[in-house]
Write a protein that binds this ligand. Sequence first.
Ligand code: ARG
Length: 537
Amino acid sequence: YSVSSAFDFNSALFPLSASGPGYTALGTPNTPTFDLGGQQSLERNKSLTFLNGLSLVIGLIIGSGIFSSPASVNSNVGSPGASLIIWVVCGLLAWTGAASYAELGGAIPLNGGAQVYLSKIFGEWAGFLFTWCAVTVLKPGSSAIIAIIFGEYMVRAVIGADATGASSWINKTIAMLGLLLVTGINCVSTRLGTRSADVFMFLKFVGLLAITVLGIVVAATGFSFDKEALSTVWRHTNWFEGTSTSSSQWAVALYAGLWAYDGWDNTNYVVGEMINPGRDLPRTIHTSLPLVILAYIMANLSYIFVLPATVINASNTVAVAFGQVVLGRIGSLILALVVSGSCFGALNATTFTAGRLVYSAGKEGYIPSVFGTVGLSNRGQHVRLPRRGSRATRLTRWIADEQGFFYTPMYAMVLNFALTAIYIVIGDFTTLTTFYGVASYLFYFASVVGLIVLRVKEPELERPYKCWIVTPIVFCCVSLFLLSRAIFAKPLQALVVFAFIAAGFPLYWWRVGSRAGGKGRKGEGRDWKFWKRWGRF
Ligand code: ARG
């Protein structure tokens, strides 16, 4: 690639990682991995800190799950003791996955998450298939689920806890409004998006802490609004009485728990924008996951202390039932608000990264290249404000960030908004979750296998963080077990997932195979950028 050398200055100007200029994770050194011709790029504006990383992970992980999944965990495994085991196991599994991803993110410090890892390790086709699924289904599908739950709890909070009669269209409309707001926030500036994520992370912890404290108070003093409904069994009975022995029930409980912990890969999508990914990404993971596991265990203990098993098993709104028992109507209202706020925060965190993923897909030429451009600033129209001025000017300037308004993957966000909106309107909840579970674990599995492959293939590659090798192995084994269970339990649906993924192949040949010069080659995917800019697109 002699062409590349003409662009040496490019990689020198925009070093890809903290490890020094000219280092490129994908392909040989001095390959222009970023924009050519002075185009604007998100990765040039490295602004994300450790705290931002933290709130992106925690912000997405703590969403709806901890407030509603306890029902399906408890009712499937049959006893409080067993359900706590599930919560611990799921947490540890998420942690092993996240630790593996932290190594990958440090070694390949680019935006896009699994897209770039799979491209580098197995060839561009693998990254393309991931992108295809993530952009069309995984990201918008999971956003739609969270948005719908947001709508439900919002309606509950406004109309009252027994709003079951409310038409699902009201829920969906509110879900759509929430999504619109979140998308708007994230289009305006990176800072507005990350700051909202920070605030919501804080609120979520406050919410979970409140549940924990209330649980302890109730357990210790018996104080509650509705003494009749209070659980007393926990004082006497064996915590493992009634534990189920059916492995398929345990698997269902595992899936429910894993949904509550899902989202641990969220920061990996924006590694390219982190100031110091090699240091901050592993820190993010090893801070957020233990915190979340602790918070979840405490919240579950509270539920168990306060609510009788029959109530936990029967309601898919455990948190609201909890509020009702402890503080009466006001309590259920507050809890409904907490849950919808939590979902809103999760929606914000996932929108932030979904935009970046779609954006990288656009940059790679997988989708029309307009989606791979930053907002208005791309045309030099972004607003720059004076340093001094009234408070309003300073605030506006603060929101606008260093780069000016709309220096965000705006077009990508709009695409993601449109797809999510479609799922909100037509999506069916169970279909979405099943699809999400199988497809996402398939790609997690592939990426973590990739980590092992990369260690063998490129032992020399600089890895600012190296996880203990047992970590990816454990993750691979458990996710393989989960995948096989799902495939045996629902072969038809699993087949649909595989068919959908395979449908990405023709698209791959269309978008990538026909690029000037031929098919994307292993580890060199990004070499084609040159041709993309000046050739086909
Ligand atoms: N853990 C989140 C919740 O409890 C769901 C995360 C969905 N995952 C995702 N990548 N969007 O609601």
